[in-house]
Design a protein around this ligand. Structure first.
Ligand code: ADP
Length: 407
């Protein structure tokens, strides 16, 4: 199908856009931040000039301005054939991308109690593009959908079962688009079928999560009910002892304050007392700042521990894969993490690692390593564009098996 696909990632005060052509080449990216405030601005990626959008700093206003700028660059002269939206939480309802209808909007609203910061913002984006492009099909692509294959024993917390029954308290997992892209890329690079590919995928950005994928299906993942669980992240703590809430209540710190600190003041930032940015942290550690080094050590140890834990969900391993800003760019973090894993037989080749896998086409493992270790750049927008276009294609010409079942 000819034409472009628009990908929209809408946060509470930000908007990210990407446009792909029908062969999935990325044509342009746009970003708007600080929406709803007098310092709102937009920018087209690769262009230094920021666009003042304070006159209309709503999501819709930013979207309209960016689209106008895209058109000046000959992109989106015609409306897109599909609009794909990142939607953070699909609960247990969505195991795949969904064409947006009033019923799907209702279901996304119903999941908002599980992601109060994210789902309402995602819906704002859906409504804004719906107004601008009223006749273009819109598709929701969920962060949680890829993890709906988790077995019950991996998604249940050992809590009173009625918490799950009444309120949906369980592990959902996030970063599904990135982990599914790692699966597709690993299968392609190793020349295997998706359904025969097993890997441990470590997505290390500002948010960090790790997923065990067995024969093409997510079977365990480190994030849980919310994206706070699991690995050490930029400002998030990852796992803590839940007894901390009661302990700190005794010191006068309310649950609300602690929740805020666990999300915004912990992780690399909290430990180092310097920064949540890994690149800056590495520089600071090199300058001799002790707590920066401590933060790096805790980050790598926790990651290694999770890689070990993920192996209990797999019977074979085709590759350990690193992605995200840190995973793709930091040889130091990869090396330090894998140093902990000699018992699993994982060994990194330092030359390949320093070259970020570019010397041996994504591979950074030593010849003595028991398993391949890969560095693969993530491309979540591409996954969303692909899912959106596939949904439109299927709506026009449903796959054969579905036609037969429904006729
Ligand atoms: P997001 O999760 O917001 O998409 P990214 O995937 O872009 O974030 O990852 C951002 C993180 O990647 C930051 O901590 C940044 O410092 C880190 N990073 C990027 N390049 C490097 C590098 N060369 N060395 C170490 N860390 C890096």
């Amino acid at each position: 199908m000819k034409g472009t696909t628009l990908v929209v990632n809408c946060g509470s005060s930000s908007l990210k856009l990407a446009v792909f052509d029908h062969q999935y080449n990325r044509l342009i990216n746009g970003l708007a931040e600080r929406l709803g405030t007098p310092s709102a601005y937009a920018v087209i990626t690769g262009n230094k000039d920021t666009i003042d959008i304070s006159g209309d700093s709503t999501h819709r206003g930013a979207l309209a301005t960016l689209i106008k700028r895209f058109r000046k660059r000959n992109v989106l002269g015609l409306p897109p054939v599909a609009i794909g939206h990142r939607v953070v939480h699909g609960g247990e309802k969505f195991t795949d991308a969904a064409m947006i209808t009033p019923a799907v909007i209702e279901a996304i609203e119903a999941c908002a109690s599980l992601a109060p910061l994210h789902n309402p913002a995602n819906l704002t984006g859906i409504h804004a593009t719906g107004e601008l492009f009223p006749n273009v099909p819109q598709i929701a692509v969920f962060d949680t959908a890829f993890h709906q294959s988790l077995p019950e024993y991996a998604y249940l917390y050992a809590l009173p079962y009625e918490y799950y029954q009444q309120w949906g308290v369980r592990r959902y997992g996030f970063h599904g688009t990135s982990h599914s892209f790692m699966l597709a890329e690993t299968a392609r690079l190793l020349n295997k079928k998706l359904e025969n590919t097993s890997l441990i995928s470590a997505h290390l950005g500002n948010g960090c999560s790790i997923t065990a994928i067995a024969n093409g299906k997510s079977v365990d993942t480190s994030m849980g009910l919310t994206p706070l669980e699991g690995l050490v992240m930029g400002t998030r703590s990852g796992d803590i002892d839940p007894g901390l809430f009661d302990f700190l209540a005794g010191k006068g710190i309310s649950a609300e304050d602690l929740h805020h600190d666990l999300n915004h003041k912990s992780g690399l930032l909290g430990l180092s007392q310097q920064t949540n940015d890994m690149r800056t942290l590495v520089a600071s550690a090199d300058d001799g700042h002790r707590l920066s080094q401590v933060a790096i050590d805790v980050f790598c140890f926790k990651l290694a521990r999770y890689i070990g834990a993920m192996s209990s969900s797999l019977s074979t391993l085709d590759a350990l894969v690193f992605t995200g800003g840190i995973g793709e760019n930091s040889a130091r973090i990869r090396a330090r993490t894998v140093e902990h894993l000699s018992l699993l037989g994982l060994v990194i080749d330092s030359d390949s690692n320093l070259n970020h896998g570019r010397l041996r086409e994504h591979h950074i493992e030593h010849t003595n390593s028991r398993f391949p270790i890969l560095v693969i750049p993530t491309n979540e927008e591409l996954v969303i564009a692909n899912a959106a276009l596939e949904s439109v294609r299927n709506a026009i010409a449903p796959p054969q098996s579905i036609t037969t079942e429904t006729s």
